[in-house]
Write a protein that binds this ligand. Structure first.
Ligand SMILES: CC(=O)N[C@H]1[C@@H](OP(=O)(O)OP(=O)(O)OC[C@H]2O[C@@H](n3ccc(=O)[nH]c3=O)[C@H](O)[C@@H]2O)O[C@H](CO)[C@@H](O)[C@@H]1O[C@H](C)C(=O)N[C@@H](C)C(=O)N[C@H](CCC(=O)O)C(=O)O
Ligand SMILES: Nc1ncnc2c1ncn2[C@@H]1O[C@H](COP(=O)(O)OP(=O)(O)OP(=O)(O)O)[C@@H](O)[C@H]1O
Length: 516
């Protein structure tokens, strides 16, 4: 891969991003590398000075390592002797140049993108499973958990971010194409739009699953309006759009889709019982037939002609329980239909999907059933606890939960509210405290809990909290270990401290109790 200085200048001008340039070398000079981290520069590289923690010394280091051109929002003396491209917006410039450097790999992929406060990972896994049935070993995945860029085990790795920086995103796409991938299923976070990680990228199908307040705080979105605005960007960058008609703020969501997409290419879905406020036509209904703690079965019914034309109606079985997962599965099936896969092929693909840290459960003799689930805000936790309340007929529910430091502060009152609505006991514990004091975070959650309804214990050691919750739980009770899912670490003061995962700890506690 390579990009010439001349091409960089033309692209930046075309997108009205170039403020000025200082050229030291031949315009035809090629750069064979692209990087935003000085530690990853080797040889003639196009280097981006970006980020809240960027230091000019990084540019010196990049230059020492061979970088020949830098892109920044202002000139740096450390870049003297290099070509300088001064731009209006560094992250937009980075996305435009990264796509060009990797030779626009998105053009060789059918790209399906999911956004929503909850259900992105689940829907992405469902969609990939279906597509893999139709196109074995040809479907890439960029998710919060895993990144898959090829068919071999060494082409699958853990993700750092839900949606990576543009340079990493387009590099992964290029690798996927070179490895023979024809389809890509990806999650798009609101941060990705806020930080221009996907600037200029168009998806073949874009999904809007739902939106509830989250990711609002000093390091994320300043307010809900900003969060919604960024999430809506996915719709105006998608050729076809699928919307959950039951989402909050439906009118704004639908209006955003309509600005760039003709109604023929907008698909709406909802559960059988849902009554829309206006007269928008629901294209698909999903009708729950069996909902239990072991499996889910639902009927997908096309309502409009354009829905029927996708040929994905029928009965679907899911191993991944939870009524909300029927909604996620519906989205994924419609996506597969829009990718040309028919229902008969889709059905077996979705049935056996399980996802690390989502609705994993274990029966502990004498202590009820323990659930490990990634529910980590008010909306997710409410969906989870409501489902368990109905399925277990109003059991005593003991919830182990903590809230992360440095982000998502709105989750703390959210947890307090949902615990007050559903929990018998709350074990407030540690979850990625970052640079905050976990005791302070627990106290903030505790402050909002209605103590007349919920017994609260603060047990900061997560293993001890899980042990206490299971040990004190009765045979008909339900224990919920929430919000961490399958994370193998605790983020503590900038360090990913190893954590065996919640389910491993649950199994160890169960074994200890069985041995007694
Ligand atoms: C707020 C935010 O989005 N921050 C991201 C951003 O940080 P930044 O641009 O400020 O960069 P930085 O880490 O401060 O470092 C400054 C620059 O110096 C460079 N550097 C650094 C050291 C060195 O020796 N040399 C060098 O060149 C770095 O490569 C970087 O470009 O770029 C970094 C990578 O360059 C990301 O790791 C970092 O994500 C942080 C860790 C993060 O947690 N982000 C979360 C909020 C996030 O984006 N989450 C969403 C999911 C949310 C949802 O579910 O909706 C996601 O998509 O994952
Ligand atoms: N459609 C949904 N509505 C409400 N809650 C849901 C829905 N889907 C999943 N959940 C809950 O949210 C949790 C996280 O689900 P998932 O990982 O699919 O979401 P996500 O959008 O990828 O989350 P994040 O962006 O925070 O990583 C699940 O473990 C479940 O408890």
């Amino acid at each position: 891969m390579a990009l010439s200085l001349h091409a960089c200048i033309l692209l930046l001008k075309e997108h009205h991003l170039l403020k000025s340039s200082a050229v030291q070398s031949d315009l035809d000079t090629d750069m064979s590398g692209i990087a935003y981290d000085s530690r990853k520069v080797s040889g003639p590289t196009l280097f981006f000075c970006k980020g809240g923690h960027f230091r000019p010394i990084y540019l010196s280091m990049a230059k020492d390592n061979g970088a020949t051109t830098y892109v920044a929002e202002k000139p740096y003396v450390e870049g003297n002797g290099m070509n300088a491209l001064i731009v209006v917006n560094i992250t937009k410039a980075m996305a435009i140049l990264a796509a060009a450097f990797y030779d626009f790999p998105q053009d060789d992929l059918f790209v399906i993108a999911f956004t929503g406060t909850k259900g992105k990972t689940t829907s992405a896994y469902f969609a990939r499973a279906i597509l893999e049935q139709a196109h074995p070993k040809h479907v890439a995945l960029f998710s919060t958990i895993d990144t898959i860029v090829g068919p071999n085990p060494d082409q699958r790795f853990k993700s750092d971010l839900t949606t990576p920086e543009s340079v990493d995103l387009f590099r992964n796409m290029r690798t996927a194409v070179d490895n023979g991938m024809t389809h890509l299923v990806m999650e798009v976070s609101s941060q990705a739009y806020l930080r221009n990680r996907v600037f200029g990228l168009t998806y073949d199908v874009g999904f809007f699953l739902n939106i509830t307040p989250d990711h609002i705080g000093p390091n994320e979105h300043p307010n809900f309006a900003n969060y919604l605005h960024n999430k809506l960007q996915l719709l105006v960058n998608s050729r076809k759009v699928v919307i959950n008609a039951e989402t909050e703020h439906f009118n704004e969501v639908y209006a955003a889709a309509m600005t760039t997409t003709y109604p023929d290419s907008i698909y709406l879905f909802a559960s059988a019982a849902f009554k829309p406020a206006g007269d928008v036509p629901i294209d698909f209904r999903f009708d729950s037939k069996t909902l239990s703690t072991t499996r889910s079965q639902f009927q997908l019914v096309p309502v409009t002609d354009k829905a029927a034309a996708l040929n994905v109606s029928g009965q679907y079985n899911l191993k991944l329980i939870g009524d909300f997962n029927e909604s996620n599965a519906t989205a994924a099936i419609i996506g597969a239909g829009l990718a040309g896969v028919d229902g008969a092929k889709a059905m077996p693909g979705i049935e056996n999907v399980t996802i690390p840290g989502r609705m994993e459960h274990l029966t502990v003799p004498g202590h009820g059933v323990v659930y490990v689930d990634y529910a980590h805000n008010y909306g997710g936790m409410k969906a989870l606890l409501h489902f368990l309340e109905v399925e277990y007929h109003d059991p005593r529910m003991h919830v182990v939960v903590g809230s992360p430091g440095d982000k998502g502060v709105s989750r703390r009152p959210g947890f307090a509210k949902v615990l007050s609505e559903y929990a018998t006991t709350a074990y407030l514990t540690t979850d990625d405290p970052g640079f905050e004091d976990p005791a302070k975070i627990a106290a903030e959650i505790d402050a909002g809990i209605d103590h007349t309804k919920v017994a609260v214990h603060t047990v900061l050691d997560r293993r001890e909290a899980i042990t206490a919750a299971i040990s004190n739980s009765g045979p008909d009770d339900v224990v919920i270990v929430a919000a961490k899912g399958a994370d193998p670490y605790q983020k503590v003061r900038g360090v990913n401290t190893p954590w065996p995962t919640d389910m491993v700890v649950v199994k160890e506690v169960a074994a200890e109790l069985a041995g007694k």
